[in-house]
Design a protein around this ligand. Sequence first.
Ligand code: GDP
Length: 469
Amino acid sequence: PSKEYEVKRRAIYRGVQEIWYFVQQELEKLKKKGHDQSAPELASLIQEILNSGKEHEIVLLNDLQELSSMEGHDAWRTTESRALSDLVQRRLHYLQNPVDCSKARKLVCNLNKSCGYGCQIHHAAYCFIMAYATKRTLILNSKKWRYHRGGWEKVFLPLSDTCTDPSGLDRSNWPGTNETQVIELPIVDMLSPRPTFLPLAIPRDLSERMIRLHGDPQVWWIGQFMKYLLRYQPETQKMLDQAKEKMNFKTPVVGVHVRRTDKVGTEAAFHSIDEYMLFVADFFNKLEMKEKVAVRRVYLASDDPSVLPEAKKKYPDYEFLGDVSIAKGAAVATRYTDSSLRGILVDIHMLAHSDHLVCTFSSQVCRLAYEIMQTLHPDASSKFKSLDDIYYYGGQGPHQQTAIYSHKAHRTGEISMEVGDVLGIAGNHWDGYSKGINERTKQSGLYPSFKAVDKYNIVDFPVYSEVAV
Ligand code: GDP
């Protein structure tokens, strides 16, 4: 299939989701009106429409999925995804294994950011992207890492077989010059000047292939750095395999991440287990339209140990996998110990290996699982439901969309736009509308999500011609 065909096919898939978000929300409002005005027959009629409408949506989405695999397109996607990923991985391997480490240009990154696991892995990946973009070997300084005193290499393979020594003839803080041998990188929040190649930027030389292959090439790109970074040590792999076997982790399974404790009320809102389970049910209802599902399996991860027992009690028709002791070790007070590391490794691994993710993208745990998920399928960009934010990367450059249809504001809170207007997107309200600012008119407010598409920030990165295509 051509790039245009793939882009259009995925736009239709999203369009079906968006029209349903819109109609569903509007009908829910009407239903509430029915209740408020003591018209229960009206409310129940609307509920019937909601139920049938949902079935329509599910069938359409299944049909579109089937369409995507016809005419050998799935086979093409598998081959292309492998080839493209191999190319990037070979480039990273080349970058990380210079012939002469004493002469290599290096970028030193300290893994001492005082934040959670997801945040630290994102810090490391940011450093790696900076290294790729400046063609410098990344040296990860992880001594006394708060998640493992012994350092990164106790958990993951070293980033290099030939070059882990951070010393050099001269060193400087970012940005230094092209000739400076060793450059030290601060955390992204302190980075100055800020280069153009920070996420969500994608590399120009691969962008056509990425856009053709993947529904969100920006995440695919991040995923490639995760793929290299997070190569497990045999010990880690063994621990994960055992955990998987012990809990009888099998597909089909939906991964649910419920982030509570310190996050609630500060960086995110509280969401009840019911909110997550609605979308879990959607996934299985959709699957059951195609095949028999013997067990509705859910992998449930949380930093709140009360969630798993609550879910088991409330949803007896589901089989919940997960470990309350992991959740106990995920509480703020006990978060940074060796056993908490084991817990977060297991949780993220299982979430990423699930068939679908239901979570809050405000959490780095969930975004990391989603990024890793992209490395396990040719295109897993639609295998998620976030209850809050759209995907983002901490410290990212502006996330923009382009209006592809004009729009006249007709409700309060809406903004108008013309074809080609650039919109800074703040979020999707999952009710048919997104929120953002029209950069031409400077108005900010709501616009229909289906009338805009992501505007990718395509940037010149080194093309690594030394590495065979
Ligand atoms: P964020 O704060 O949710 O954006 O993500 P971070 O990863 O930066 O920090 C949260 C930390 O809390 C994690 O790294 C874990 O240590 C812990 N945590 C949060 N949710 C979970 C979970 O579902 N399972 C486990 N094992 N730990 C969690």
